[in-house]
Each structure stands twice: as structure tokens, then as C-alpha cells.
Design a protein. Structure first.
Length: 386
């Protein structure tokens, strides 16, 4: 089939498509699939159910994730949901801010390389499509799928983009446009031998069951105060937990603040683990208490029991789909505590916490109940690969 049409123009179906459609394959033979999801750790976890649906529906197709460099290193040998990762250069509005200065020549070269792959299906899993839909259409796949916000360039197959929709369900709805129904709400990520090796090399963990606290979040408004985390840590330590506080290099002041505010001993792992080591740590933990952030969702993806702290609007988008081993507390605050402006349709300039009003006693109750539940019924250890 010719690939010379300008990006975004419709194609006329040839004899091959007509035969396939009669045989019950409306999109013809599917050998190559592109999935655009160039963002963070939690965002990848949210896409896993849709990726699992695509893998089940098209088991012999090569699935290429158009993502970031961290995807390539973290997913290598880890998941059958993705066969290849292409790390995109910075593209305005696609994984980086729309006003960022970019290398247009690098973007053009990347698009040319992707077009040569001759994708049969291309999926936009990157928001409402204002910037991501035009980029996806440049790949000239036979069929394009995604969500479309008002004013976004349309794709061949799309659903309306509704801001406050659970992201897992949104992406499953997009995958279903390609005949790929949901098969799992929470696919698991395996723990690899390299994960456990890094964890063992970087830290000597206590023998007691672990409770992991994660006080960081990319958006400061989603951070619960460190002294509140410290109170939860003290209660879990009193219940028999070895408390570990984790965060990346940029969050070392937060992890140190939690440990300093605690009255009982805790281990500060701020900045000491890569995603691989963190995966092993979370698989070892009996429970995790965390802000709405990548580590919270990673813990769930490796089978951990979690207590999540959410701003109400974020709970709509990233809340857990099951409740047996998931607990959450949320703030109903809509207005900025500093300037009083509502932050639903806009974002004010302040970075104060929007969830500081979640009561400590509420989180303590959730965390201790979950701790005792997990103590009474131990969960099978996470699967290990290579």
C-alpha cells in the first residue's frame, strides 16, 4: 500500500481491506501498532490495561511505544505489552510544555523514521489531542485512534475527551475502537532480578515487614505535609513495621523531613534508588502510603497494598479501579488555600498543598487497618523474571 499521501488524509480501502473486512477484520492485516504515551511512570501504569487489550486482540503485531528514554531502560525485558520503545525528541505539547524550545529537525527525522515503519494502527494515548493528534497523524498509519477535545484535529476513530474521566477507562475505551475489549483492569509488572540486585546493593533492609512512605509528587499541590507522613510512620512503626521513606533526587528534602519529624526510627532512601530498585522495594513492602504519584501507581502495578492521598479532581482521573487492597483519602478543596481562586478550569500560580486538610486520623485509620489486613492474610510474593 502506498504511503505517499499527505499526513491526515483519508485512504481508500483496497481489495485487501475489503477481503479482511468480510472475514471480520475491519482494519485489515495488523502487523505494526504505534502507541503514543510520552509521559510519566503513573501514566504508563494507567495505559497498561489498554496495552493488554491490544496485545490480546493483536497477539502477533509488533507494538511500538512512542515514549521517553526512561521507558526504554525500565521496560527492557520487563513487559510483553510493548515490543519496542522509541524515545521521542521533545515535541511541543507531547510530553513537554507546548512553549518549550525544540529541535524541529530532530522531530522531522524521528517522524520520517516512524513513517518508514508503516504502522497499521496508531493510538493517541496522550490527552485531548490538541498537540498529540497532529503529531500522530504525521505518522501516516492506516488507522488512527484516540480522544478528541473540542477544537482538536480529528482522528479516523475517536471518543470525546472528558477531563474528569478515569484514565484507565478512557484508554480502554480508545483501544475498544480497534476491536480490543478490556481483559484486565490491573495488569501486573514483574519484578526482575536486576531490580532485586540493585536494591540489595544499595541498601540493607531490616528483617521486619516494610511500610513505605512516599511524600513526593511532581505537582506540589498534591503533596501531603511531611509532618503528617511522620505521624503515620510513627503509628506504623508502633504496629511492628520497619518504616522506609522513599523519593527521587529532587525529593530528598521531603524524605529527610519525614524522617526528622518522626519519633521512631525510619530509613531514608531519598535519591538512592532507580526505578528498578524502587520496583523491588515496593514488591517487598507490606503496604505503601503515598501521594497521588508514579510510585503509588507502580506499587499497585507490582501487586502492593496501598493508601493513596488524592485531591478530589485527581481521584477522578487516577483513582484505583479496585478496593480490596487499595484505600484512599481525599481533599474536597476546590480553591487555592493561598489566593482563594478555584483551580478546576485553571491553575493559579501558587504551589501550596491542596490536600493538607486530609485529616491525619483518617489516614492513620486507613493505614493501620490495611496493615493488619495484610498481616492477617499474607500476599504471595511478586513474580520474578530473569
Amino acid at each position: 500500500m502506498s504511503r505517499s499521501l499527505p499526513p491526515g488524509l483519508p485512504r481508500a480501502g483496497g481489495p485487501k481491506e475489503a477481503v479482511a473486512a468480510v472475514a471480520g477484520e475491519p482494519f485489515g492485516e495488523v502487523r505494526r501498532i504505534a502507541v503514543l504515551r510520552a509521559n510519566g511512570l503513573g501514566d504508563f501504569v494507567f495505559a497498561m490495561p489498554a496495552l493488554a487489550a491490544l496485545r490480546e486482540r493483536y497477539p502477533h503485531a509488533q507494538i511500538t511505544l512512542l515514549g521517553k528514554r526512561w521507558h526504554r531502560s525500565f521496560l527492557k525485558g520487563r513487559s510483553r505489552l510493548v515490543d519496542e520503545v522509541v524515545a521521542l525528541p521533545p515535541v511541543p505539547g507531547v510530553g513537554v510544555p507546548e512553549d518549550v524550545e525544540v529541535d524541529e529537525a530532530a522531530i522531522d527525522a524521528c517522524v520520517d523514521d516512524l513513517r518508514r515503519r508503516a504502522f497499521d494502527l496508531a493510538f493517541q494515548f496522550q490527552g485531548g489531542g490538541r498537540y498529540s493528534n497532529p503529531f500522530l497523524l504525521r505518522l501516516d498509519a492506516r488507522h488512527s485512534f484516540g480522544a478528541c477535545a473540542p477544537g482538536a484535529q480529528p482522528l479516523a476513530h475517536s471518543i470525546p475527551y472528558v477531563v474528569w474521566q478515569n484514565e484507565r477507562l478512557r484508554l480502554l475505551e480508545v483501544a475498544a475502537l480497534a476491536g480490543a475489549p478490556a481483559i484486565q483492569l490491573e495488569p501486573r509488572l514483574p519484578v526482575l532480578s536486576r531490580d532485586r540486585r540493585e536494591l540489595a546493593e544499595q541498601v540493607t533492609l531490616p528483617s521486619e515487614p516494610l511500610a513505605v512512605l512516599s511524600p513526593g509528587a511532581m505537582d506540589p499541590r498534591r503533596r501531603w505535609p511531611v509532618e503528617h507522613f511522620a505521624a503515620v510512620g510513627d503509628a506504623l512503626a508502633a504496629a511492628g513495621a520497619a518504616v522506609v521513606v522513599q523519593g527521587d533526587h529532587s525529593e530528598r528534602h521531603l524524605t529527610a523531613g519525614v524522617v526528622a519529624a518522626m519519633h521512631r526510627q525510619a530509613l531514608d532512601l531519598g535519591g538512592r534508588l532507580s526505578l528498578d530498585g524502587l520496583t523491588a522495594l515496593l514488591a517487598r513492602a507490606r503496604i505503601m502510603v503515598a501521594n497521588d504519584s508514579g510510585p503509588l501507581h507502580l506499587a499497585q502495578a507490582v501487586g502492593g497494598a496501598t493508601v493513596g492521598l488524592y485531591w478530589l479532581v485527581n481521584l477522578f482521573v487516577s483513582g484505583p479501579p479496585t478496593v480490596s487492597r487499595r484505600r484512599y483519602a481525599m481533599s474536597l478543596r476546590l480553591a487555592c488555600p493561598e489566593c482563594g481562586r478555584e483551580n478546576l478550569a485553571m491553575r493559579c500560580e501558587h504551589d501550596v498543598s491542596f490536600i493538607a486538610d486530609i485529616p491525619v486520623d483518617e489516614v492513620l485509620g486507613l493505614a493501620l487497618a490495611l496493615w493488619h489486613q495484610e498481616t492477617a492474610v499474607p500476599v504471595a510474593p511478586a513474580s520474578v523474571s530473569r
